[in-house]
Structure formats: C-alpha cells, structure tokens
Ligand binder design. Structure first.
Ligand SMILES: [Zn+2]
Length: 114
C-alpha cells in the first residue's frame, strides 16, 4: 500500500524533528496533500491510526489540508483548478498541452510536540 509508506515517512520525519527538539511526545501533525499527489487521504488517516502505535506519535492527531491541483494550459494560457487528478486536459480549450503548476505535493506543515 502506497499510503503506508507515506505514513512511515511522516512518522520518521516527525520523530526525528521531535527528538531534535527534545520532545517526548507528538500531539499533532499537520500535512498538506495536493490533489495531484495521488494519495487517498482516507487511507492515509487509517494507516496513520494503526502505524502510530508504539511510536512517539501514539497520541497524535493527523490533520490533513487538501489543496487543489492547478493546471496551466500552454495553449490558451489559462489556469484551471481541480480537487481531483482527472486528466491533463484543459477544461477551457481541451488541449492536453498542460503543465501542473502545483498540487502534487505532500508536505509536513506543522508538528506540535512536547
Ligand atoms: Zn487551454
């Protein structure tokens, strides 16, 4: 499962950060997931709840901010937004000559630890 490896990464990074700050326990992790990152956030939350056991994140909650995918069309120069990765087609002129401006990222925004 793709989501499980992402959760493992979140746990690893968060644990590392918490240790560097002499924290004992992580209370909250806030992440941003782009619509184009191809991550099922429900699966991500589910995996987190299982995998956090017996780590510093045991009592932590995972907050997920979803951001839209932004597609820049090279043909008509318009930017379209979508909450899902549907296709690379521009909804205005139906060209496939598009590039993803943003929305593919998975970032850790904030870690609250004590
Ligand atoms: Zn277009």
């Amino acid at each position: 499962m793709h989501e499980a490896s992402i959760v493992q990464e979140i746990i690893d990074i968060t644990t590392e950060q918490a240790k560097q700050n002499n924290a004992h326990k992580v209370l909250e992790v806030e992440i941003t997931v782009g619509a184009g990152a191809m991550i099922e956030t429900d699966l991500l939350s589910g995996a987190f709840d299982v995998m956090k056991n017996e780590t510093m994140l045991e009592d932590a909650t995972l907050k997920i901010n979803k951001v839209n995918l932004k597609l820049h069309c090279l043909n008509c120069d318009k930017i379209s937004e979508s909450d899902r990765m549907v296709s690379m087609e521009c909804p205005y002129c139906h060209s496939f000559e598009t590039i993803i401006e943003s929305g593919r990222e998975m970032l850790i925004n904030k870690i609250i630890a004590e």
